[in-house]
Design a binder for this molecule. Structure first.
Ligand SMILES: [Zn+2]
Length: 280
């Protein structure tokens, strides 16, 4: 899962999730060198229907948010190396830049225009939806959630004239309620961050993704590619949450009276509600 691809590192400290073009090119070369074949969710759909055989090491490369730098900096590299990818864009086509990602002193993060989204699709890249306005969906009422999810599908289908079948949860914010609305809205696939099933085909509404950003060294990239890194990350998140819960329990038991039966029920931990800071 990629976000921004920049020509060079920003001069100031940034909370943008980015890779530089040269690093991105090296990562794409590594994907080729290690025998991976990038596919799209459309390919995966054809595989499920028995119409396509998948290569031995399929991989899906995704970009969230639909930044103009995806078009300007990532796509030339992908075209040159003949690599396909999936780009999740915003359904609210009035959004000209990624407000949620902007800091006062770092300038704006322009998003692709309708025309650019159409061009990218014509080049063979798959377009998916990323809600209308980049809202954390778990916090919304059913009506607002449906509007964000179904609305983004409708708006994108209007400008592209073809069905949108894949969704990506803003901030990786997802639970069973959100998944149901995404599924009911007609999406075939949806991507979380690392909250979902660890392998292809376990949950179509929560594909696990791994973030690649400025902190991803080449060694880490290789580890992500070759080892079951997703299990390690998932286990780490669970342990971290368990420790936080234990500390909370200790604080609670020292300041609050115990309930009638002498115990305090810990807040239940739902891995699906976990929001990864890398998932902006
Ligand atoms: Zn996003």
């Amino acid at each position: 899962m990629y976000h921004r691809v920049l020509e060079k590192k920003p001069e100031k400290e940034s909370r943008w999730h980015y890779v530089t073009v040269s690093e991105f090119r090296k990562q794409m070369n590594m994907i080729e060198r290690w025998g991976y074949t990038p596919i799209t969710f459309s390919d995966y759909q054809l595989f499920l229907e028995g119409k396509l055989t998948l290569p031995s090491r399929p991989i899906i490369i995704t970009f969230d948010d639909g930044y103009q730098d995806t078009l300007e900096n990532a796509i030339p590299v992908l075209v040159e190396l003949n690599i396909r990818a999936v780009i999740f864009v915003m359904g609210n086509r009035k959004l000209k830049s990624a407000r949620w990602d902007e800091l006062d002193d770092l300038g704006s993060c322009p998003l692709m225009t309708d025309e650019q989204v159409r061009t990218v699709q014509k080049m063979g890249f798959e377009i998916g939806a990323h809600s209308l306005n980049h809202t954390a969906l778990t916090s919304l009422s059913k009506i607002d959630m449906t509007n964000e999810i179904m609305g983004s599908k409708e708006e994108l289908e209007k400008i592209l004239g073809s069905p949108i079948q894949t969704f990506s949860y803003p901030y990786g914010s997802v639970n069973e309620r959100v998944k149901k609305v995404v599924s009911d809205s007609g999406f075939s696939f949806a991507c979380g961050v690392y909250s979902g099933a660890a392998q292809f085909s376990q949950s179509m509404m929560d594909f696990r993704r791994l973030a690649v950003n400025q902190d991803t060294s080449r060694l880490k990239f290789l580890v992500i590619l070759l080892l079951p890194y997703q299990y390690i990350e998932w286990l780490y998140a669970r342990l971290k949450n368990k420790m936080t819960q234990d500390i909370k329990m200790e604080v609670q038991s020292s300041v609050q009276p115990h309930s009638k039966n002498g115990t305090i029920k810990p807040e239940s931990f739902d891995v699906h509600n976990m929001v990864n800071p890398n998932s902006l």
